[in-house]
Design a binder for this molecule. Structure first.
Ligand code: C2O
Ligand code: CU
Ligand code: CU
Length: 493
């Protein structure tokens, strides 16, 4: 009752703010190939990147250490002028001048030491998303790296962490801006005995970019801080609709990272089903499939194995299908093409069979504590947002501790979403298991055991997770729609 009345008011408010908005689930395309937003929303068609170039192989961050078991490297976050659209120079913020940033690739057991030099005009940090690093090495908002200074991060990569992670800034209030200007890159941890080592792999970092008519990254406005940043062109490894060419019959492992600020990727590949082999924290116990589609929420990663058609000279599209991420139709993303899979005219290569089991996902045991966290909305948010999204009724304060857990204790968390939007909720410091989802009184157990650091909690539903923090310190818990995080949808554990 109360919720309905509230939504009525806010809908009217949005209508007033958005002249021409019909309020329905749109799905139309804007000009210049910038899909993904509703007709009537105030995004001027901007400059778009030329589609159809070859999929880029992301450069690796060079290891400066010759010692076994050490990974030592340097990153500089700095303004950088890049040529993205014909005849224009786009001012970005990049790691080591690269768009996207360099891939950190390490092995389980490595000691990592990465120096981050901040040449940006504002505070930044490097956050090692999903990795169990000590709290004081995690690039938390409480540890800003000031402009003109260098910070060295040092941590170990424990065994069992092999998987696909990423790194990005976490300076409070400007994460969305820093990521949308180019600061995001993969961080891959390899195992000594990878059961899929025989399968060729490709890393696909999906990012979004919204350019104005001059080819400059458009800033976030109140609507972005309310709904997440819409109207972006989706890029894979920095290219728009790149072409990935393989031999017919090839078996490939794709590590797909959703580094967009707010775009849910409901992935489907024309003419192909695929097999899910890994999530945020690495491999599943056993392959899951065949699947026709999979949703990768903002910040999540998946590893899928694709058995490519044996047809020579064929082309298939990897799409991010239409997705509705709220109950008011404001967060409707139309279907967009992400990448073209093309086969060569060579004779088909033999396929590679998947092993029956991958890596055990070991349940941490019975929970000794239960927590219930409620996501709500308020009438007016920070950063000009039309709503504030709150965790247990509060907006972020980095000087406050919101939850206390005991080191090593297994907990269940019921994350209740009482807002009109879906929120991909992310917890630092560890990987967790999804136990079940509840929607309209119906509880659905998780279909398979998998490690996550980000769980989507759709509007009006509850997700229950099982989690254990093995390292002490302050950990962030937040929505990974970066504009929501910046506007205060974050708590301290
Ligand atoms: Cu990827 Cu706290 O963030
Ligand atoms: Cu994180
Ligand atoms: Cu959110």
């Amino acid at each position: 009752m109360k919720r309905r009345a509230f939504l009525g008011t806010t809908l009217a408010g949005l209508g007033a703010l958005l002249p021409g908005c019909g309020g329905g689930g749109g799905g139309g395309m804007g000009g210049g190939g910038m899909g993904g937003f509703m007709p009537g929303l105030p995004f001027a068609p901007g400059a778009s990147l030329a589609p159809g170039l070859a999929l880029r192989d992301l450069p690796k961050l060079a290891n400066e250490s010759a010692l076994a078991g050490r990974f030592t490297a340097s990153l500089a976050a700095a303004p950088s002028n890049t040529s993205l659209v014909e005849g224009r120079t786009t001012a970005l913020w990049l790691y080591n001048g690269l768009f996207p940033g360099p891939v950190v690739e390490v092995r389980e057991g490595d000691r990592v030491r990465i120096a981050l030099e901040n040449r940006l005009p504002l505070d930044t940090t490097a956050h090692w998303h999903g990795l169990p690093v000590p709290a004081d090495q995690d690039g938390n908002p409480m540890d800003p790296v000031r402009p003109g200074t260098t910070r060295v991060y040092e941590f170990d990569i424990p065994s069992g962490t092999a998987g696909t992670y990423w790194y990005h800034p976490h300076a409070h209030g400007t994460v969305a801006e820093q990521v949308s200007r180019g600061l995001a890159a993969p961080f891959i941890v390899r195992a000594a005995n990878d059961p899929l080592a025989a399968i060729p792999e490709v890393t696909m970092l999906v990012t979004g970019i919204r350019l104005d008519g001059n080819g400059q990254v458009s800033p976030n406005g109140p609507l972005d801080f309310t709904m997440g940043r819409q109207g972006e062109q989706l890029l894979v490894n920095g290219g728009r609709l790149p072409v990935h060419t393989v031999q017919p019959g090839a078996t490939q492992r794709w590590r797909i990272l959703n580094a967009t600020s707010s775009r849910y990727l409901r992935l489907a590949l024309d003419g192909h089903a695929f097999t899910l082999v890994g999530t945020d924290g690495g491999l599943l116990g056993a392959p899951v499939g065949p699947l026709a589609e999979i949703v990768v929420a903002p910040a999540q990663r998946v590893e899928i194995v694709v058995a490519v058609t044996t047809a020579p000279g064929a082309r298939f599209t990897l799409r991010a299908l239409r997705h509705v991420s709220d109950t008011m139709g404001m967060g409707t993303y139309s279907s967009e093409d992400l990448l073209t899979l093309a086969t060569t005219t060579a004779a088909p290569v033999a396929s590679i069979a998947l092993p029956a089991t991958l890596r055990p996902v070991v349940d941490p045991g019975p929970a000794v504590a239960a927590r219930r966290v409620v996501l709500t909305q308020s009438g007016m948010g920070m950063m000009g947002a039309m709503f504030g999204f709150l965790i247990d009724g509060r907006s972020f304060d980095m000087n406050r501790v919101d939850f206390v857990s005991t080191q090593g204790a297994v907990e269940t968390w019921e994350i209740v979403n009482d807002t009109f939007m879906d929120h991909p909720m992310h917890l630092h410091g560890t990987q967790f298991l999804l136990v079940s989802r509840e929607s309209g009184g119906r509880v659905t157990p998780a279909p398979h055991a998998a490690w996550y650091d980000t769980v989507d909690v759709p509007a009006g539903t509850t997700a229950t997770i099982k989690v254990r923090q093995d390292l002490p310190g302050r950990r962030m818990f937040h929505c990974h729609i970066l504009e929501h995080e910046d506007a205060g949808m974050m708590a301290v554990l």
